[in-house]
Write a protein that binds this ligand. Structure first.
Ligand SMILES: O=P(O)(O)OC[C@H]1O[C@H](OP(=O)(O)OP(=O)(O)O)[C@H](O)[C@@H]1O
Ligand SMILES: Nc1ncnc2[nH]cnc12
Length: 179
């Protein structure tokens, strides 16, 4: 399924980070490799070229880096979905589940308008709790979520299925087995 050795080789895997048993898939090495970064952005953008996309919504923190590039390429606006307490104006918030526990994310109430076509982006989908929260938040504000895209899908975890069950198309460039 991994048709993309250049991207795979550019991602660094750190065993036992942030805790024993987790292999952390670190995209900073991909971002620091000009060719791989460009390729990742080009491949993320490719399915949407020619579509009228109003906004790219990026999830803090790593989704911001990719989201800015995608927004530029697709001539779309960018919407930051942030951890609680970081946005200065009126916000809407959503509680979301993490592997252990819960957290809260926010976006500005005026960040998307009813019916706007939005693509959600993050570096990685695992349990899908974070992306699920972002989809709920965007839909609450009337967004039409066209697709969600990720560099990495940890495919033994239920993230993709969770989003698909919500009616969201999911795309990823590199898939890993295990956690
Ligand atoms: O599918 P999930 O199980 O929800 O996990 C995926 C999320 O985990 C990571 O972010 P993290 O929570 O580590 O935050 P950070 O980007 O601010 O470090 C990653 O960038 C995704 O946002
Ligand atoms: N294995 C992993 N590597 C990097 N980020 C993650 N977020 C959740 N699981 C992760």
């Amino acid at each position: 399924m991994n048709a993309n050795p250049e991207l795979l080789n550019a991602i660094r895997s750190i065993p036992d980070y942030p805790k024993p048993g987790i292999i952390f898939r670190d995209i900073t090495t991909l971002l620091g490799d000009a060719r791989a970064f460009r390729r990742a952005v080009d491949e993320l953008v490719q399915p949407y070229v020619g579509m009228k996309i109003d906004k790219i919504a990026g999830i803090e923190a790593r989704g911001f880096i990719l989201g800015g590039a995608l927004a530029h390429q697709l001539s779309a606006g960018f919407v930051p979905i942030r951890k609680k307490g970081k946005l200065p104006d009126k916000t809407v918030s959503m509680t979301y589940s993490l592997e252990y526990g819960e957290d809260e994310m926010e976006m500005h109430v005026d960040a998307v308008k009813q019916g706007e076509k939005v693509i959600l982006v993050d570096d990685l989908i695992a349990t899908g709790g974070t992306a699920e929260g972002a989809v709920k938040l965007l839909r609450q504000m009337g967004a039409d979520i066209v697709s969600a895209c990720f560099v990495i899908d940890l495919k033994d975890l239920p993230g993709r299925k969770k989003l698909e069950a919500m009616g969201v198309e999911v795309r990823s460039l590199v898939q890993y087995e295990g956690h």
